[in-house]
Ligand binder design. Structure first.
Ligand code: K2U
Ligand code: ZN
Length: 173
């Protein structure tokens, strides 16, 4: 297992539509393992493959936050949204590719997703609460969409300008 570098916005790779995964290979398994390790270390509750520079349709998530509850790491390959609730939920979202910026995003409160598991089988599950928000946030990443894309142009541009400054400062070391 190894930690992967998380790309920071703005980066053209974070705006691309990712490619489907043809088969669950040992390399995909290793990538998923690295992504889970990177997510827990960040820390975060989700991470999508394009955030670590892999332009393939895979994300991981574990939204268990209670330390007395067993972790529930999930790996979703070629995920599809099969149903969304009419009810909405507004959550103050962040993103590991846009650190220290948060904004309210409204999404369907519940969502059903179908995906290919590391076991090679098809899975389908309904998510609610933070799981639903996270799953939709990660699914957006696979289509090159960031949570700031739901904001107005002024706020989105302000965040982008601040991230450009942060990247310039980090590049100077
Ligand atoms: O995709 C990512 O950048 C991972 C996000 C996923 C996420 C964003 C918003 C709401 C839920 C999940 C990271 O986990 S951001 C850190 C974080 C941690 C706990 C709750 C919300 C955000
Ligand atoms: Zn994100």
């Amino acid at each position: 297992m190894s930690l992967r570098h998380i790309l920071l916005h703005p980066d053209p790779r974070l705006k691309k539509v990712c490619d489907p995964i043809a088969s669950v290979t040992p390399e995909i398994g290793a990538l998923a393992e690295d992504m889970l390790e990177t997510m827990y270390e960040a820390p975060g509750v989700g991470l999508a493959a394009p955030q670590v520079g892999v332009m393939q349709r895979l994300f991981v998530m574990d939204c268990v936050k209670d330390k007395d509850t067993a972790a529930k790491p999930m790996v979703l390959i070629n995920p599809e949204i099969t149903w969304t609730s009419d009810e909405s939920n507004t959550y103050e979202e962040g993103c590991l590719s846009i650190p220290e910026h948060y904004a309210e995003v409204t999404r369907p409160a519940r969502v059903r997703m179908a995906w290919l598991g590391l076991d090679g089988k098809r899975h389908e599950e309904e998510f609610d609460h933070l799981w639903a928000t996270c799953a939709q946030h990660e699914f957006d990443h696979l289509n090159g969409k960031l949570f700031i894309d739901y904001l107005g142009p002024i706020k989105r541009q302000m965040i982008t300008r601040k991230m450009e400054k942060l990247k310039r400062e980090r590049a100077r070391g």
